[in-house]
Design a protein around this ligand. Structure first.
Ligand SMILES: *Cc1c(COP(=O)(O)O)cnc(C)c1O
Length: 387
């Protein structure tokens, strides 16, 4: 049987060549020529003040949490429907995540619930652009400004997507990208911190370089380098940057092949939505997405489990997302909810992600959709028999 994996990391063909170049140059530690090329690319794309490669988006979130200068008991507002690192980075600084519900259309944090969750301990808002579809950044920027809170974008899934024509990653004081193998543009493990508020630039460089002013030293700004404040090692080596640069160069093409597949799913699944069998993703008019994922929303948990099982029987892997953080052991220990989590719980039970990677063929998309059709139409017949 023709197996269809959920994801297949896409290689542009130039990765090993650039790695061999880095090897040839003989500078393998971080911040060499490939890292600089990646920084320039990210700075040009997001028009940010400064981009810094990191080991992961998790590392970029941790740097953001250090930059936010949090004290134990400070609060950070975020969705519960997200990856653990969104919360964990702040918990490491002693802060408490305050979880709010998501919108039922985009699965992004519901901007209308943010203000009511603010207390005198709130320090930051962390929106997550789920599936590369932007949160309502206008409203979030206004709320952050009004209450003097930091806005930190978890843009792990958002590279090359935009809101009202502005790239994701360009809205927060700080923003975090991921180049994990499961994302659109990859380095195996990798990430970047995007600094839009220049107030943070110098300190970010210090935190990333073990708490030293080594970056300034290399630019000739200071004549010796020394330990300045708290920090760690957040910079990747040149081999990772060389790999990543090959991907960034092809980013436009990678996104456009993904978009083509996304739109084909969307077209083929429309009749099932009209028949009330599932819901398709909603992309608000203000949002240009990057086809990070194609998901469907089923009517309930048993329907989803049955569909996963049947897809698997047909050699197709599909996966669901996320176990809500507010229900996880650590989420309950370190965080709290503000308000109902109805949409979060519903989506965690009903959402199913379908295979999407640049080399997935349109034939394979048809195959996947025909299994979904068969299963969901069959389910109707079973239900009819039971009544
Ligand atoms: C993937 C992801 C992360 C973590 O990215 P890493 O680069 O693996 O650390 C964080 N937040 C969200 C929303 C993600 O999807």
């Amino acid at each position: 049987m023709n197996q269809i994996p959920f994801n297949k990391p896409y290689m542009t063909g130039k990765e090993l060549w650039y790695i061999s170049q880095a090897h040839h140059i003989g500078q393998l530690a971080g911040d060499g020529s490939y890292t600089k090329k990646c920084h320039q690319w990210l700075e040009a794309k997001t028009k940010c003040h400064k981009a810094l490669l990191t080991h992961s988006c998790t590392a970029a979130l941790e740097m953001s949490a250090i930059l936010a200068d949090l004290e134990p008991g400070d609060e950070v507002i975020m969705p519960s429907y997200t990856f653990v690192s969104t919360a964990n980075a702040f918990v490491l600084r002693g802060a408490a995540p305050v979880f709010i519900d998501i919108r039922s259309d985009t699965q992004n944090l519901d901007e209308t619930l943010v203000e009511a969750a603010i207390t005198n301990r709130t320090r930051a808002i962390v929106p997550v652009h789920y599936a590369g579809v932007s949160c309502q950044m206008d409203t979030l920027q206004q709320i952050a400004a009004k209450h003097q809170l930091l806005l930190i974008e978890d843009a792990a899934q958002g590279l090359m997507a935009s809101y009202k024509g502005k790239p994701l990653g360009s809205f927060g004081d700080l923003s975090c990208f991921s180049f994990h193998e499961t994302k659109n543009i990859i380095a195996g493990e990798g990430g970047a911190l995007i600094i839009n508020n220049p107030h943070f630039t110098e300190q970010a460089e210090i935190i990333r370089e073990k708490g030293t002013n080594r970056s300034q030293f290399f630019r000739g700004k200071v004549d010796k380098y020394t330990w300045i404040e708290q920090g760690s090692s957040y910079l990747p080596g040149e081999l990772i940057a060389a790999f990543l640069y090959a991907q960034l160069e092809e980013a436009e093409n990678i996104i456009s092949s993904r978009l083509k597949i996304w739109h084909y799913y969307h077209q083929l699944l429309e009749p099932l939505e009209q028949a009330g069998k599932l819901r398709r993703p909603v992309v608000p008019l203000d949002c240009q997405h990057n086809a990070h994922m194609y998901y469907i929303l089923l009517s309930d948990l048993p329907t989803r489990a049955n569909l996963i099982e049947n897809l698997k029987k047909n050699g197709i892997s599909s996966v669901f997302h996320y176990v809500p953080l507010h229900n996880s052991p650590a989420g309950q220990h370190y965080g709290r909810c503000h308000g109902s989590m109805e949409n979060t719980i519903n989506v965690s039970e009903c959402l199913l992600r379908l295979p999407l990677f640049p080399t997935l063929s349109l034939d394979q998309v048809e195959q996947i959709v025909s299994v979904i059709k068969g299963v969901l139409n069959q389910a109707k017949v079973d239900a009819d028999f039971s009544t």
